[in-house]
Design a protein around this ligand. Structure first.
Ligand SMILES: [Mn+2]
Length: 407
């Protein structure tokens, strides 16, 4: 039995306002061909299918067209929602998709055994048991009580996750008693302790500090392979070789641009998984250039030859103040197919951040920087700042967890 594990597609994502549907389309065509040529039986998608909880019609079209194709070339597809997905959106077509052997799990069920599915192959023979645990939201995991500390909250979150996975695993073991000695595959969308992230990937900022870091000990021993999503770099969880993040197939930001992106193919010999990584082609080159004006112009010349269609993120950090930076850079790319997505003047940024008298706009700052500015402006004592930062991150995380179109 062969399984393919992928996650974090973020369909509908744009980069500095530039839409990325073409890359996603090319990825999905490539993926369907791989599923076919590698004779995949089960496809697992471990969350963050979409970038937002209200995906555009075009993003939805990509998703459904892919599913329509994939269901003709593999036997089962199991999909869980991630923190970016709307649970109710993912669940809405559940009954219809079930008829095509596509199993979607948008949110935690009251009846946890409903997250456990026995997948059957030819002649109705049992192939695998999948524990499809979606991204678990705060409200799924704990009851809030007045006056509880951050430590109380984190301890409850971790206990809630651990209980959830244990209950699901128990249901899987019970099922295995009748189904025969087949693999138990876990799924999840969460940040495990020690996970690698990258600046500006939209994951890191939420977790720096003391938000719950989940030890892989919470996952029950009976899981033969754990297909995780959420982190964009392909990696093991807790150094356990059969607990894996596939990572995102496309670089979500320029920071990820130089990494090889992967999907994972797992062959089960009995219950033992053998894992191979498949590198995803780069459908769009993303290049970062950082330096003074000389370095920027010379790098542009190099890239115009070596990587002529690349999208560029340029940071100027030279000593001189350059007033017409944008114009100079636009002149340098004129006549090439290189496309500039972002120009950052780091010299200017540093001055803005240290000198509140200079004009600054919200375009120059991300939400974390805005909050830092508030801490300064209200002269919050140093010793109170860290706690406020943590509460702020919790509020941002809660806002991202709202399921706006549920009704
Ligand atoms: Mn995620």
């Amino acid at each position: 039995m062969r399984v393919l594990h992928t996650s974090d597609w973020h369909l509908g994502r744009s980069l500095y306002g530039k839409k990325r549907y073409t890359e996603h389309q090319e990825f999905l065509i490539w993926l369907a061909e791989l599923i076919d040529s590698e004779s995949i039986d089960i496809l697992l998608i471990a969350g963050d299918i979409f970038d937002t909880s209200t995906p555009s019609n075009r993003a939805q079209e990509l998703y459904y067209k892919f599913l329509c194709k994939a269901t003709t070339i593999c036997q089962h597809i199991v999909i869980i929602a991630g923190n970016h997905d709307s649970p109710s959106f993912i669940n809405a077509p559940q009954q219809l998709l079930k008829t095509l052997n596509i199993h979607v799990k948008g949110e935690a069920d009251d009846e946890l055994s409903d997250e456990v599915t026995l997948l059957k192959g030819d002649n109705d023979s049992p192939m695998a048991i999948v524990c499809a645990v979606p991204y678990l939201r705060d409200k799924d995991l704990r009851r809030t009580e007045a006056g509880e500390s951050l430590e109380d909250k984190n301890a409850k979150l971790i206990a809630g996750l651990s209980n959830h996975y244990n209950a699901v695993a128990e249901a899987a073991l019970e099922l295995r008693q009748t189904a025969g000695d087949i693999p138990i595959i876990g799924m999840g969308h969460l940040f495990t302790a020690g996970g690698k992230t990258i600046q500006d990937d939209g994951v890191r900022e939420l977790y720096v500090g003391s938000l719950a870091h989940i030890d892989t000990k919470i996952f029950p021993d009976c899981i033969d392979y754990l297909a995780l999503g959420h982190l964009h770099i392909a990696q093991t969880a807790g150094n356990i070789s059969h607990f894996r993040y596939s990572g995102s197939p496309l670089p979500i930001g320029f920071g990820e641009a130089e990494q090889d992106k992967k999907v994972l193919i797992i062959d089960f010999k009995g219950k033992i998984p053998q894992i191979q990584e498949h590198t995803v082609p780069r459908f769009q080159e993303l290049k970062q250039i950082k330096g003074d004006m000389d370095r920027i112009t010379s790098q542009i010349k190099v890239l115009a030859n070596s990587c002529p269609q690349a999208w560029l993120e340029i940071s100027y950090n030279g000593d001189q103040m350059v007033a017409d930076l944008r114009q100079l850079i636009e002149d340098a790319v004129a006549g090439t197919d290189l496309e500039i997505l972002s120009i950052k003047n780091e010299r200017m940024m540093t001055r803005i951040l240290t000198s509140p008298t200079l004009k600054e706009t919200l375009d120059d700052l991300n939400v974390t920087q805005v909050f830092e500015r508030c801490l300064q402006a209200y002269e919050i004592p140093e010793e109170d700042q860290e706690e406020l930062r943590q509460y702020y991150k919790m509020i941002i995380a809660d806002m991202q967890e709202e399921d706006l179109n549920r009704e």
